[in-house]
Design a protein around this ligand. Structure first.
Ligand code: ADP
Ligand code: MG
Ligand code: ZN
Length: 478
């Protein structure tokens, strides 16, 4: 079989988190009673006029700045005509010919080093409504909810530069991270505030011309994007290696069956009869405005990761995790202000705190353990005041009660047993009670040390200072 290489370009729709819709004053909030956020404008009544929500344009610019795009000082809204029941005007307002952002890029960390994926453009558009197909008694009926109609979107189009399903997933995750840093969207795939269409083609390795592409829709998790692309690469490679062809078409991902199915043969741009929307002014941005928005962009994950590695000595993997959400990175750096132990605090956040965050589905600032408390806890352990094991107990109690580590340690009368005399006493009694193991240790079975350490820890009810126990045991058993 010939060897094929995959070529993938993603078109990602992101809902901007403005309070109101893009061309009317209706609320853009998710999850309200169907058709409660509607008005004549977003319902497409004749005679109404759209007015651009400036906050949506600001957020599109912020996204573009965070992604290294060239912000266009002049862009135009166009009508894209198609008939579908969730599109009340029978056209969608979008930007076809003069989008708000051109170019840009996103770095992904592939494991074989970093790759830069270029963007083609970002344009603004309005969302369509949502069709709900009835089930049970309502089977055979379809309902339409216009709450989503005219919610602001940006569409981020990548160049066809991704080479595997894994890279596509990394790209999406990175895109989500960056957009969450600039707070233009929560990018929740399950709720549909981030949606991805994947364009996939394959070509024989060494070929430079692009193959015929298929567009896949209907994936609603990172995992399903990856699976759909993997499936599609295999399907196309197989077709071509058997001498067949790939038809240019749109296919739907069936998540239950794990396959893509044909939906429609691909329409061409002229089917949409694009033309500038005469109801809207061109969108003009001044340099001052763009500069003002540029100043709102915080330090972004790539730079922050580099700094965490350089300044705090973290591994790439740890830095990656800590910068994956702006809140994690902010939390971490706030904790460091109380106690400067970059690795100690990173470890506690990654192992204990993020477990609570994930289990309880909370923000990192909402766990009941503020950054100062994690810092204080790590300081108590590092100074030897309490053991690591006691630290976990303090942590659990702090999650439960919201009390500070100091208060918990005081209330529970916790302290680490670091008294040499007392430790010698315990070690000696443990050795006395286990003559066989002692003999074996002396004959060279050094791995039995752990056995003795365990007994001493048990005897001290977890309070013994582990480092001292190790030293005293080694010395006494000699
Ligand atoms: P269309 O006009 O069909 O929407 P575009 O040229 O706008 O196509 O590209 C849409 C997306 O498809 C972009 O993300 C682009 O990178 C990607 N793409 C274009 N050609 C190919 C190809 N041959 N294989 C894979 N992806 C492609
Ligand atoms: Mg397209
Ligand atoms: Zn409205």
């Amino acid at each position: 079989m010939k060897e094929f290489e995959a070529v993938i370009g993603l078109e990602v729709h992101v809902q901007l988190n403005t309070a109101s819709k893009i061309f009317c004053a209706c609320s853009a909030e998710f999850g309200a009673e169907p058709n409660s956020h509607v008005c004549p404008v977003c319902m497409g009544f004749p005679g109404t006029l759209p007015v651009l929500n400036k906050a949506a344009a600001d957020k599109a610019v912020q996204a573009g700045l965070a992604l290294g795009c060239n912000i266009q000082k002049f862009s135009i809204f166009d009508r894209k005509s198609y008939f579908y029941p969730d599109l009340p005007k029978a056209y969608q307002i979008t930007q076809m010919f003069y989008p708000i952002c051109l170019g840009g890029f996103l770095n992904i960390d592939t494991g074989n080093g970093e790759r830069r994926i270029n963007l083609t453009r970002i344009h603004m558009e309005e969302d369509a409504g949502k069709l709900i197909h009835g089930e049970g008694e309502a089977a055979g009926y379809s309902y339409v909810d216009f709450n989503r109609a005219s919610v602001p979107l940006i569409e981020i189009v990548s160049e066809p530069e991704l080479r595997s399903a894994e890279e596509a997933k990394l790209y999406l995750q990175k895109l989500r991270t960056v957009l969450r840093y600039v707070k233009v969207s929560d990018c929740n795939m399950e709720e549909g505030s981030l949606r991805c269409d994947a364009n996939v083609s394959v070509r024989p390795i060494g070929e430079t011309k692009l193959g015929t592409k298929v567009e896949i829709k209907n994936m609603n998790s990172f995992r399903s994007v990856q699976r759909a692309i993997e499936y599609e690469i295999a399907r196309q490679s197989e077709a071509l290696s058997e001498g067949g062809i790939v038809r240019q078409e749109t296919r739907l991902w069936d998540n239950d069956r794990g396959i893509t199915l044909p939906m429609r043969s691909k329409e061409n741009a002229h089917d949409y009869r694009y033309f500038p929307d005469p109801d809207l002014f061109p969108l003009k941005l001044t340099d001052e405005k763009i500069e003002r928005l540029r100043r709102t962009i915080p330090e972004l994950p790539d730079s922050r990761k580099g700094r965490f590695m350089g300044e705090y000595g973290l591994s790439a993997q740890d830095a990656d995790l800590l910068v994956s959400e702006k809140d994690y990175a902010d939390y971490y750096e706030t904790a460091l202000k109380t106690h400067k132990s970059p690795k100690g605090i990173a470890n506690w956040i990654m192992s204990e705190l993020l477990r609570v965050v994930n289990d309880k589905n909370l923000g990192i600032f909402e766990t009941g353990i503020p950054p100062e408390s994690i810092a204080k806890l790590v300081a108590l352990i590092e100074s030897g005041a309490i053991s690591g094991k006691q630290g976990k107990e303090v942590f659990a109690e702090a999650v439960k009660t919201g009390k500070t580590p100091d208060a918990i340690v005081r209330e529970k009368g916790m302290s680490q047993l670091s008294d040499k005399g007392e430790l010698y006493g315990i070690v000696e009694s443990v050795i006395r009670e286990n003559p066989n193991e002692t003999e074996r240790f002396k004959n060279g079975e050094e791995k039995l040390l752990g056995f003795f350490v365990g007994l001493v820890m048990k005897e001290s009810r977890g309070k013994a200072n582990p480092k001292m126990v190790n030293d005293i045991l080694k010395e006494t058993l000699k």
